[in-house]
Design a protein around this ligand. Structure first.
Ligand SMILES: Cc1cc2nc3c(=O)[nH]c(=O)nc-3n(C[C@H](O)[C@H](O)[C@H](O)COP(=O)(O)OP(=O)(O)OC[C@H]3O[C@@H](n4cnc5c(N)ncnc54)[C@H](O)[C@@H]3O)c2cc1C
Length: 487
């Protein structure tokens, strides 16, 4: 069987491309190396609880908002979406003081202004800027235009913009305080990415009740219903080329033939699999030498039964001088953490009218250099020293957030940890980078990976292309498929 579209990697980007192409009647096969689909949306089950790995919440999912429209097209609205509290969907802790983020641009500005009365006008301006920079569906479908405001924002520094707009240090750090969902890299982060991600969450914020894998499973089920295939335990180990195009992928001793190949994997994972003559060395080198965003350390915690109240918002706790890494913390201790409560699933998690949390995830940025000495090891076989390192980091993360979650520390039943090494081994992402290739406002054309490659039937999709996260990856998939169907 020869597929029109062969897709490598059943992460969100690969499955979304597969969905749209199969829905249009094309023959599609998605190949995934792991036993489980989803990539960063994978879940794992321990001690009777399902934990998420790289998915906690999304923004812009109320009726008519941008992700709602996209997920409507992908048949994902039927999943058990759970809205976070509109009057406080995120809470930032800065210098021991807490600041709530409310949904709605005006409500957000008014609420935060009560903490910074002298800065009210600046906060209103910031909220208005985020409101105006949100894309409409038509913008996402329009061809790239260097004159457009989105392109101009892509070529602007988020760090410089925020420093100019918000001169009060505490306010600026609070406004950036929920931005662990991107890499706050002062020298590179484009304003567009900062504004898109923060802006969609200000509209409305949602968790999934149950595992994040539900997103991947729904897409895969629909691909199969449209006549396509999604195959697990299929690590692609090479490709065959004919006349300068890819004609088949190699999976163990099988050849899977295709007309077009979509790579939903990091370019550094793809290049070693391609025949050497297929891409010029300069192209490979230019892309493979691009820096990647930092990785994550995560602590997935199971809580004792009915001891810690469920919190229907996220918590971002910081204990450092500078969120943008301009003044790195010399101690190497964990100084920032995001805390996500999973929506309780058991019926007996409600007692005396109170809803209790079953599990919590804490995640903290972690540089590859912290784990590089174990780079040659694999999951479950990294040795005692690594286990001690992880335990120390977990204790730091727990101690950082514990003062802001009543009853938390003494009611931990068990916890499990993962580092950038874990992400590297499970998703194949380079050096366990959480958000893929680092986009640079000053080197846009270098760091924005174009979906089209010099090989006429090879395309990229996923978080390395446009920007990361459920929203960014979905937009990239949509734009690629739109281009392919037109071709
Ligand atoms: C800790 C963490 C928390 C996050 N939280 C959020 C959040 O709350 N909200 C949000 O919007 N985003 C979040 N993100 C980001 C989001 O999860 C990712 O941007 C997105 O899921 C990436 O999808 P992808 O399809 O591009 O890549 P991936 O999910 O990495 O998928 C790539 C797939 O390719 C497979 N693969 C690799 N090599 C091969 C091969 N040779 N053969 C076959 N298959 C292969 C991998 O196994 C994997 O399944 C988070 C990320 C991290 C790391």
């Amino acid at each position: 069987m020869k597929y029109e579209y062969l897709i490598v990697g059943a992460g969100l980007g690969g499955l979304e491309c597969g969905y749209w192409l199969a829905q249009k009647g094309h023959s599609v096969c998605v190949l995934e190396k792991n036993p489980q689909i989803g990539g960063c949306l994978q879940s794992f089950h321990r001690n009777g609880i399902s934990f998420d790995t790289g998915f906690h919440y999304v923004g812009g999912m109320a009726e008519g908002e941008i992700l709602y429209q996209l997920f409507d097209q992908l048949n994902l609205l039927h999943l058990p979406w759970h809205q976070l509290d509109a009057d406080c969907f995120d809470e930032v802790v800065w210098n021991g003081k807490t600041y709530p983020f409310a949904n709605g641009y005006d409500a957000f500005a008014e609420k935060l202004s009560t903490f910074f009365p002298n800065q009210r006008q600046n906060i209103l301006n910031y909220a208005d800027f985020l409101r105006k920079s949100q894309p409409k569906m038509a913008d996402l479908m329009a061809p790239a235009n260097p004159e457009s405001s989105s392109f101009q924002m892509m070529a602007t520094s988020a760090y410089q913009f925020m420093n100019q707009m918000i001169t009060d240090d505490t306010l600026r750090n609070v406004l950036c305080g929920t931005s662990l969902k991107m890499e706050l890299h002062a020298d590179t982060l484009p304003l567009y990415i900062f504004a898109q991600i923060n802006g969609t969450f200000l509209q409305s914020a949602w968790r999934l009740k149950g595992r994040g894998t539900q997103i991947a499973e729904s897409l895969a089920n629909d691909i199969r219903a449209f006549g396509g295939e999604v195959r697990t335990n299929c690590p692609v180990s090479g490709f065959e080329e004919k006349g300068g195009a890819i004609v088949a992928a190699l999976v163990r001793d099988e050849r899977v033939e295709c007309e077009h190949l979509i790579a939903n994997i990091h370019p550094n994972a793809l290049f070693p699999l391609l025949p050497e003559n297929l891409l010029r060395k300069t192209y490979r080198r230019r892309i493979s030498e691009l820096p990647n965003s930092t990785g994550m350390f995560t602590v997935n915690l199971k809580l004792k039964k009915n001891k810690v109240k469920y919190v229907n918002h996220n918590l971002f706790v910081h204990n450092q001088a500078d969120l943008w890494g301009v003044n790195p913390d010399a101690t190497g201790r964990i100084r920032s953490a995001g805390v996500h409560f999973a929506v309780p699933e058991r019926e007996d998690s409600v007692a005396h009218g109170t809803l209790f949390a079953e599990n919590i995830d804490i995640f903290c940025p972690m540089k590859w250099s912290e784990v590089a000495r174990w780079a040659d090891s694999h999951v479950g076989r990294r040795g005692e020293e690594y286990e001690v390192f992880k335990q120390k980091k977990a204790e730091e993360a727990i101690a950082l957030v514990a003062p802001y979650i009543p009853g938390f520390q003494e009611n931990i039943d068990a916890y499990f940890t993962s580092t950038p090494l874990t992400y590297r081994d499970y998703t194949g992402t380079f050096e366990g980078s959480a958000y893929g290739i680092r986009k640079d406002y000053d080197h846009l054309f270098l760091t924005m990976l174009p979906p089209k490659t010099p090989v006429p039937n090879l395309y990229f999709t996923g978080q390395n292309v446009n920007f990361h996260g459920v929203f960014g990856v979905t937009v990239s998939a949509l734009q690629l498929v739109k281009g392919l169907i037109k071709e």
